[in-house]
Design a protein. Structure first.
Length: 92
């Protein structure tokens, strides 16, 4: 699946900004910046990975800047960024 650069989310408290870009290497590469990464970093990465996999994206570079987002917010932001990156509308 072809991917272009896309962003969703904000840097406001309780949100997460997700940037998706093409990955020159194979697979998903997730770079996470979060003040709660020590406690919740693995869970945040898991939600990002699961969401992208469900959308059929298995090769992308993801930069996530978390400001305390809940799992549902993470999933929504990743989905929005993926739709913008692929042009594939998942809401139809």
């Amino acid at each position: 699946m072809e991917i272009k650069n896309a962003v969703a989310g904000t840097l406001e408290s309780g949100d997460i900004q997700v940037q998706i870009a093409p990955n020159e290497n194979n697979g998903l590469q997730i770079n996470l910046e979060s003040s709660v990464a020590f406690q919740f970093g693995e869970q945040i990465k898991k939600v990002i990975t699961e969401t992208l996999t469900e959308l059929g994206i298995d090769n992308a570079l993801v930069q996530a800047n978390d400001k305390g987002a809940l799992d549902c917010t993470i999933r929504a932001r990743v989905t929005a960024a993926a739709v913008r990156a692929t042009g594939k509308d998942v809401w139809k």
